[in-house]
Ligand binder design. Sequence first.
Ligand code: ATP
Length: 365
Amino acid sequence: MQLTRLDLRHVRNLSRVSLAPGPGLNLLLGDNGAGKSSVLEALHLLAYGRSFRGRVRDGLIQSGCAALEVYAEWRDDPLHPERLRRAGLRHTGQDWTGRLDGQDVPQLGELCAALMVVTFEPGSHALISGSSEVRRRFLDWGLFHVEQDFLPQWRRYARALKQRNALLKAGAGGSQLDAWDLELGDAAAPLDARRDAYLSRLQTAVQRVAAEIAPSLGVPELVFLPGWRRNELSLADALLVARDRDRAAGHTSVGPHRADWRIRFDGRPEQSLLSRGQAKQAALCCLLAQAQDCANRHGGRWPVIALDDLASELDRHHQAQLLESLHRAGSQVLISGTERPGHWPEAPLQGARTFHVEHGEIRPD
Ligand SMILES: Nc1ncnc2c1ncn2[C@@H]1O[C@H](COP(=O)(O)OP(=O)(O)OP(=O)(O)O)[C@@H](O)[C@H]1O
């Protein structure tokens, strides 16, 4: 996947900017507060329907403006490089409208399905040290992009869960709950199996990536936690056991919506004891493994890789290993930073495009 154009309007301090990224490494350079992260944030918004720095209405739209706009063009078929995909999003903070290849989109998920971007940013360590929701979202993003029927399965489970929670809150009787416990159990099975299998598949990729970019961490192992004691009980039984507790709490306490996973490195303490820097490296390994898995499933086409403020996220040694690795993979990379680091390896820098971000303007080198 190669982004060929990105236009932004009214994104933080960027009133109206445009850039044409090259196929390899792209550097967004500028002083603090110039707007570099905002460029990557807008791209992330188009690809995920959400920002990595909070809600759209909390400051992503330029002050005094009614809405922001993001428009992107990209190639995703190497056999037909002349074919450009196009997506646009206008967001007011409350409502949005989106277009994909000239058509209105009824659901934001359609834009997210079309444009694959993997972002590593200062908050990415939350994938390791943050809440389980972040880790579930990671699994579901990967599955959403590689398994076509995953979304309907996910929706079926979410619907059943909503119904059961509504009944619990309303103090419904056992017979009504019985029916939804069964439905929840049935809907959970494919979701749980998919996530478990996906994480096992990622394990090989994570080990390969870790050996390349963070060998000092050791060999990683990914462990899936289904959200209930699956080795001992079916979900329907676990729901029955938890029923009184769930009635008191007014929500369902077991099931795939409570699933989680852990990364462990041989010879290292538990994931919660990793340093912040190690947690960042571990998160990066998982994100790149996910990107690699997407590429494997999409005929070798890598997602666009966006690395926000890389120089302050990883030490020099790990930056160099990462850049070499992405260069070998042939992926398109966008990196923001205050300056072009002198210690980066030569190969990825050859043919790199540089964009200077200054006072809300973007100027190619
Ligand atoms: N809603 C807004 N309207 C206008 N300007 C904003 C808004 N929100 C943030 N800004 C400004 O936009 C700029 C965006 O900064 P951004 O975080 O993208 O910069 P950066 O180049 O990545 O900086 P750093 O190197 O410090 O991380 C800042 O100058 C900030 O003050």
